[in-house]
Design a protein around this ligand. Sequence first.
Ligand SMILES: Nc1ncnc2c1ncn2[C@@H]1O[C@H](COP(=O)(O)OP(=O)(O)OP(=O)(O)O)[C@@H](O)[C@H]1O
Ligand SMILES: [Mg+2]
Length: 478
Amino acid sequence: MSPAATSPRRQRQDGRQPQAAQQADPAPQPTMISLASPEEWRKLLGEREPTPVQAKAIPELLAGRDVIATARTGSGKTLAFLIPAAARGIGVTGKTRGMAPEVLIVSPTRELAVQIRDVARELGMTAGRITGGITPAATTREASNKGVVSGTPGRLKDLIGKGELSLAHVRYVVLDEADELLSLGFLKDVEWIVNQARAQARGGEIQVALASATFPEEVRGVAARVLRNPVRIDIEPPRTAEAAPLKAGEVVAAGEGRAEHVARDTTRDEVLEHAAAEIREALREPGGCVVVFCRTKALTKRRAEKLGQLLPHEEVVPLEGNMDQRKRERVMDKLRDGTARVLVATDIAGRGIDLPEVRLVIHADVATTSEDHVHRSGRTARAGRGGRNLVFIIPEQRQRWAQVRRGLPAHLHPPKTAQEHLIDKDIQEKQGRGSGNGVDPVRSGSGRSGGGRDGGQRGGSGQRSQGQGRGGPRGGRR
Ligand SMILES: Nc1ncnc2c1ncn2[C@@H]1O[C@H](COP(=O)(O)OP(=O)(O)OP(=O)(O)O)[C@@H](O)[C@H]1O
Ligand SMILES: [Mg+2]
């Protein structure tokens, strides 16, 4: 049996033994599976077959190259970047008594940093996290004498700057959700951290791996600044013929699953009742869970309360950036052990979070960018499973949805709603009459078709707007 198959995280997913919320987790580490050589890395997957991104990225990383890996949500990128370290014995033992890891993993949210720490432990690595929301004493306990440190940019930078986190032993650096980390909100800190790793590393060159499900062209340029002659691995989504949606919970081969994508016209007043009906249906069978995404922290809080009233038999939990850290960790534990089956969250839960069998994702508000939509949607249909991805479109958000839709890859497009068809017809008629000024009312940021408060916040259209809008307002909303 592989360490992954017997890990505490898997046991919690199976509904046994929830772990209490923890500030610093002194859990015993599983022992490293012994490999005669790094080429035997497949043993670290246990019985599982490598997913396409694992099959391509792991050999390149084992050969010491820098890698940018782009592959769909839920396709196993975490093991794709952790196994090359574990297989070479990097990050398995802590070298010194202080905070001086061999492996440094940077990710955009606390929840993701904790999750990656736990996957590293499942592989037999010694791992701690450095994130906001925990005390300096707890941080020291967590991250001292560990081979792997998994953290968020702000707190990592803080501790490196103070000299408390030494990068002298670092050999391997990972930027997970790299396009987010290399966008405006994080870029300065992340670049500084990688440069510090290069400057401090006593062993000479460090290896850098970047992973994400999305990697817009403008961020690829920035990536060149933190990588050395990288190998680019882009795993294409499967062709449409193979991509018929699976039922929620149905499982095919390893790796990415297939979701059914649906969009529905509704109104602001009716969103929650429709959501509640969908959730009831999705959770009819035992197990599984549902994630509901909202645009702001205040909406998240309010809707979690209301959904709790509409679903008296379910524990509905919120996750947003204003919550106390203990509460945030308790929420994640409850979802992992099955106590709670409904999560209402900001985009804080949009990237990387791997919850057991998410049967349904609901966009109660349309995402701000196409990339945010891709990541939110990817919380369901992971690792070969099926799932349902449902976008509620209210009149005030129609214009934003039109922009988001334009930036989506083909396999994530839901069939058009009645309102979308009407708008299309309207545009065609206007174009046919030739009465317009050449400006497409949906495409232009100032269009009339339901712009409202939520429309066109970031201006521009499709992928381009995502680059412009990155960074700034995010911290506040989440
Ligand atoms: N080879 C494999 N076979 C089957 N399942 C796998 C395999 N590798 C990883 N998994 C499982 O797939 C799930 C998704 O993996 P992971 O979180 O690494 O996806 P990801 O590609 O990082 O997704 P995201 O882009 O959303 O971050 C996890 O539960 C993981 O345990
Ligand atoms: Mg991931």
